[in-house]
Design a protein around this ligand. Sequence first.
Ligand code: F6R
Length: 608
Amino acid sequence: MCGIVGYIGNSQAAPILLDGLSKLEYRGYDSAGIAVYDGKEIKMVKAMGRLKVLEELTHGGATLSGTVGIGHTRWATHGQPSDINSHPHFNTSGTIAVVHNGIIENYLALKDKLLSKGYVFKSETDTEVVAHLIDYYYRGNPLEAITKVMHRVEGSYALGILFSEHPDQIFAVRKDSPLIVGKSEDGCFIASDVPAVLKYTRDVYFINNQEVVRLRADHMHFYSVDEEEIQKESVRIDWDADAAEKGGYEHFMLKEMYEQPKTIRDTFSPRVKDGEIVIEELGMTDEDIRSITKMHIVACGSAYHAGVVGKYVMEGMARIPVEVDLASEFRYRNPILDKGSMVVVISQSGETADTLAALRQAQKEGCKVLGIVNVVGSSIAREADNVMYTWAGPEIAVATTKAYSAQLIALYLLSMKFAQVRGKINQDQYSEMLRDLEKLPEQIELLLANKGRIQRFANRYVGAKDIFFIGRGIDYAISLEASLKLKEISYIHSEAYAAGELKHGTISLIEEGTLVAAVLTQEDLYKKTTSNMVEVKSRGAFLLAVTNEGHTDIEETADYVIYIPQTNPYFVTSLAVIPLQLFAYYVSVGKGCDVDKPRNLAKSVTVE
Ligand code: F6R
């Protein structure tokens, strides 16, 4: 996720900007840049790679003199990581510099408009559109130009903006991307997150959506999008620097779980335009979509589990037969691929060795490969024929949560699109599904708010030897992910079982008090799974049920129940997985494990 900083005051800006950016490194980035007004013009240095490169290029900031500037660490979303795509971006005359965190969803339409007016673009980014658009509206009044731009752009943004004609000011605005400002004796600061300013001040202002800030060296003013001045109260930050990096959360995993509502919005909203799903990056005509005879989904770990959900959704909605493979199996099993086969590989990192090998294998057999990938410019993103980015932002905890959630959304969108083109769902069903999708973020917030109850339940199981998860259909797919989450971070042995398979072996492992978590979100399978619950209960199991709101009858069988808000049965994974992620997290915390960096595991598995 990009990080932005800005400073205006009495000291040299560049070293302060570099220091601020270093405090945002935890957010992940692939390039960095700063721009400083030197008394005559705005000078800029930016480069791909670590912050160290920028520090060396500027001699620790010494080569850029001036007391006002903005800086950025970029995590690529639009356009590969490269020097030219790094921020800051400028208008053509170099008098307006912009740094941006977020995604401008209508940037292509705006870019076309600006191109037709003679604007020339240097980068592939959505941010450069903002720099030119400010230029377009600028008539000497920065605030007026900025608010006009805010009315035109759609999507999410936190922006830092510098005008060479107004070097005694910096501007910052936000919508759906984080932004704070702070003031010290020495000057004023903007930043994506608190750690960047903690060294200078502990009194910060959290900027709300559609607010603008004008910072001068010794004071700042806040405005609404209608240019009316507003008053804001500062907040005293008493977290230490380490906690501040995690936004006050105890672990990155918890922070990332809380980012899931936003992640989901970021994955679907740029692809829903006027009530239609538009996946431009798919590179397929309707005719191509109609001619698919089979889909292969290939991935590892949690991404594979997202793929298992994808199979149920794609087959159920679009009636396309789907095979899901673990990449490490697919690459050696000599799969039968023909001209009508579509191959989809899923990867958060885009660097997983087995998934990359599977992609190459499929291409060798003449198949086009679609990558569902989080990291822009990663190996899988570069080699796939088409890439659908999940835009979940960098994930720092080794155990994935928000990237998995974003992968699910990408698969739902793909399934809905294919189902519509192939005439398997009608307009009413399609519109209702879109409405259900839009509700997911809010429903996830409700589930997250219930964390105290789940923590109390999890605390009972820190000493468990074995925990089982059972379910049928999509509920089995959810169980697979719940079980992996638990075992990888708590080191408790856990298995996910298709509920109907229990009596073919596993049931002999059930002892007095063994926790069996049953997932029952699919109405047509509810009674069947309930029977399986009764079977394990009679062998001594303690039963946790995760089921839809309204199924209070489950309390006759289960010992503990977590209710999930109503949604489309295909989208329910996105909700049911939340309490199960929380459960795994709190068992791990309760046991005192290293939640964010579990033993023996790496975030990116680049070896076979
Ligand atoms: C589990 C987890 C892993 C990854 C797997 C694939 O929490 O994170 O199972 O899902 O290693 O990684 P990517 O998605 O980077 O290909």
